[in-house]
Design a protein around this ligand. Structure first.
Ligand code: C5P
Length: 223
């Protein structure tokens, strides 16, 4: 990492798939003027490379792509499919691949562009590995049925043909893979605040999170 900006707000979020962490991270970034990185998109990008390049997929290719990676590439709608998500979960087990993307993530976390007051990252290993010293750590979750319903509705909006049962099955499988892998598994760290969004609307959830952040700002003077 080139340098670490001092006195910035750092917020780390981990969550299983489709729990609403991305939506909340976006609200947080807007409210507190923070740079937002959806780290899952990086794994999805590599998952897609695996599908596109097949037997030409290797670490050299990944390194090359990540070294040239521009943030706006992560907005590619092609990264949103269930097939790409599943492929992401498979490549995410690999220790070397995780190492390749670590620098990119830490740079966004600790050296966000100057116009931002800090950063908010979401993923699976943000509180436990990437931003261990984040000023605020959240673990956002919701029960599997609720998550599958939400993801199914998103796919419908994107006109992707996939049944509710398929979405449920694939989220269950991804939960298993992400929580039980050897390297950087998804887990709630002791110092993370648990937010269960199963019965909360997006807005209600944000009100809860905003209170947590504002309280911390009041107690510490700043973050
Ligand atoms: O968050 P999203 O569902 O887009 O992530 C896709 C997959 O990428 C996850 O299921 C997980 O396997 C992997 N991932 C990860 N570590 C992160 C973010 C995502 O292993 N920090």
């Amino acid at each position: 990492m080139k340098r670490k900006r001092k006195d910035i707000i750092t917020i780390a979020i981990d969550s299983p798939a489709a729990a609403g962490a991305g939506t909340q991270a976006k609200y947080i970034s807007k409210e507190y003027n923070l740079f937002y990185l959806d780290t899952g998109k990086i794994y999805r990008l590599i998952g897609k490379l695996r599908l596109d390049y097949k037997n030409k997929f290797n670490n050299k290719l990944i390194k090359k792509k990540i070294s040239k990676l521009k943030i706006n590439k992560l907005n590619d709608k092609k990264l949103l499919s269930d097939e790409v998500a599943n492929s992401a979960s498979i490549i995410a087990k690999d220790k070397t691949i995780r190492k390749i993307v670590k620098d990119f993530q830490t740079n966004c976390a600790y050296n966000p562009p100057n116009k931002y007051s800090g950063s908010v990252l979401d993923g699976r290993d943000i509180t436990s590995v990437i931003m261990k010293d984040a000023k605020i750590k959240l673990y956002i979750t919701a029960n599997l049925q609720v998550r599958a319903k939400r993801r199914h509705a998103e796919y419908k909006k994107l006109k992707k043909k996939i049944s509710f049962q398929e979405v449920l099955k694939s989220l269950r499988k991804r939960d298993y893979l992400d929580k039980n892998r050897k390297h950087s598994p998804l887990k709630k760290t002791k110092d993370s605040i648990l937010i269960n969004t199963s019965k909360l609307s997006k807005k209600a959830c944000f009100i809860k999170i905003k209170k947590i952040i504002d309280n911390k700002i009041i107690i510490n003077g700043n973050l």
